[in-house]
Design a binder for this molecule. Sequence first.
Ligand SMILES: [Zn+2]
Ligand SMILES: [Zn+2]
Length: 343
Amino acid sequence: MKALVYHGPRDLRYEEVVTPEPKVGEVLVKVRAVSICGSDLSGYKGGSAMRVPPLIMGHEFSGEIAALGKDVAGVRVGQRVVVVTNLYCGICQDCKDGLQNVCDNRYIIGTTMKAGSYNGAMADYVIAPAEKIMALPDNVSFNECALVEPLSISLRATKHIGTLTGKTIAVFGAGPIGLMGIMCLKAFGAARIIAVDVLDNRLEMARQCGATDGVSSKGDVVSEIRKLTGGLGVDVVFDAAGVAATVNTGIEIVRNGGTIMLVGMATPVMEIEYKHAVVKELKLLTSYMYTTEMREGLQMIIDSKLDVKRMISSVLPMSDGPRIFEELASGNSSEIKVILTNG
Ligand SMILES: [Zn+2]
Ligand SMILES: [Zn+2]
């Protein structure tokens, strides 16, 4: 089969590899759509311990079941599916406590974890455990269902915030996680959503996704948000960027006793206005990956509660992978979400 193989920093090749065979309890999935994630990009640039070459990346995908391994029941060849990509162990204390998202023994399809590497969906075919299969109804497309995985990240973060009805929220970073966050916040009853980003096309997309206001981070974000909120500030900050500037602006602009949800991870170590956060008695929350949220997010798409496909900016053949990765890595791209497909 053909695959996009990551060989090292800025070295991605579309080449012939051996087609994997499903073992006991596994299925072979013909990949129909795979989305490029920011984490794949940082892997491509050589900045991620979770992408060790040689590796086939791709953890946001949909496809059709092409073959079954031994002892597989409940799924059939030809079925349209999405795969839950977190392959947790199920027996450690974290898993028992419902924290399968931080299981130390887990594999994640398309990444390298402590347990090892697991080839992903930037290929003609990918192997998945049968128990991770979610069947797709006919009313949803392969392309939109490739976005169920990133949607689950935004959905979990939104759920962690708590009651959103009537609240005013600032969302920092209108990339895919921020945009899907806006959709989830709106679906959960937020009254006012102020998107903040440096790129105008992303602010425009944020409005299409349900933001009531857009603030350019090229200007004075704090005074703009104060103006929009009658001097009050916001009830909640949803930080999908995760850099010192957004975290500290969030601490400044959130109301006393307010909540900051940290889901962006652009900076591993940063200096924050710690004392300011304490004396405002802020709730600093974090959210990581998903547990049950891929199933819940897929159901929201099936029920037309949100429309994730509007943020797909390009659909390209898999063979275009090396070119588009380089373009995205250049930092001068206006793409929002790129989907790769097999013809
Ligand atoms: Zn991702
Ligand atoms: Zn575990």
